[in-house]
Design a protein around this ligand. Structure first.
Ligand code: ADP
Length: 150
């Protein structure tokens, strides 16, 4: 059984995240989406709402699980018996950060990180832009996964 975690803040979970997870299912048997709950980090959406939105996105997909965690990402991976971390890469701006974290995680535990390039049509979509648009009352339905409504 090949199991990966897909960790993030998901404030909120976007169609960019959705696409990475869907594509990950072609080579992982199971993906546990981990919502990192960091007390110090202020979010627009509550943990409960973030969980609900992800459940909406994957309601017909038994190979996707969703959990929250408040620990090191690798400790979360170990706690759900995952051997891989799945991440998405949008741009060269994401690259150094992702490489750094992936190296640290491999050195700490041997857990490998699998990175997928975003589909280019989603490369401009981020949780930050989505939140900004929500704040100013714009329609962001096209930024959310299919069948998900806020
Ligand atoms: P973090 O707070 O760890 O950056 P995010 O919730 O922003 O978490 O994102 C989680 C993962 O999803 C990261 O690997 C990020 O690069 C990836 N991601 C975010 N937006 C997109 C997108 N539009 N396309 C592909 N991957 C994305």
């Amino acid at each position: 059984m090949k199991r990966a975690i897909f960790p993030g803040t998901f404030d909120p979970f976007t169609i960019g995240h959705f696409s990475i997870v869907q594509r990950g299912l072609s080579f992982f048997d199971e993906i546990v989406i981990g919502i990192g709950v960091n007390q110090a980090k202020k979010t627009l959406f509550s943990v409960e709402k973030r969980l609900e939105l992800i459940h909406q996105a994957f309601q017909d997909e038994p190979r996707i699980k969703v959990a929250t965690y408040d620990s090191l990402t690798v400790d979360f991976a170990l706690s759900v018996q995952a051997d891989f971390v799945l991440r998405g890469l949008r741009s060269v701006a994401d690259f150094e950060y992702e490489r750094n974290v992936a190296d640290a995680n491999r050195n700490l535990t041997g857990i490998e990180t699998v990175i997928l390039f975003t589909e280019s049509k989603y490369s401009f979509i981020s949780s930050t832009v989505t939140r900004d648009l929500i704040t100013y009352g714009r329609d962001i339905s096209s930024f959310l996964p299919p069948n998900v409504t806020l």
